[in-house]
Design a binder for this molecule. Sequence first.
Ligand SMILES: [Zn+2]
Length: 139
Amino acid sequence: MCLPIPRIPRSDSLIWNETFMGEFTVKSSYFVARRLLGWVDDIDDQQRQIWRQVWRANTLSKVQYFIWRLAWGLLPVKQILQQRGMDLDGRCVVCGEGEESINHAFFGFAFSRQVWELSTPWFLFVSMTGKENKTYGSA
Ligand SMILES: [Zn+2]
């Protein structure tokens, strides 16, 4: 490595090689971690386009983050809590008929579908592109 000697003396500083300007960002560290762990993107171009729309949507970042957690199966519904070792009744507390999974809680019964249709009809398109309880990666 050959670094030029600066004309104006300055003190040494830490440089993050993963960004163009040398400044650390959480986003760049995420991609470094994915690369080091050998995680590959297993989303197709259509899903990538949908995620681009979600991240660029004119909405609160907490809404984007919620959608991301929803799609990746990271919300604490009973099915996931059971998978993590919690001993609890997995039935839905609202209808009592199905297992409380992300798919059931958010898309599985009439009430939740009505909420989506009235609030954000575009989101039903996003939800139909994934499979039930599918996570989009190896996280
Ligand atoms: Zn239910």
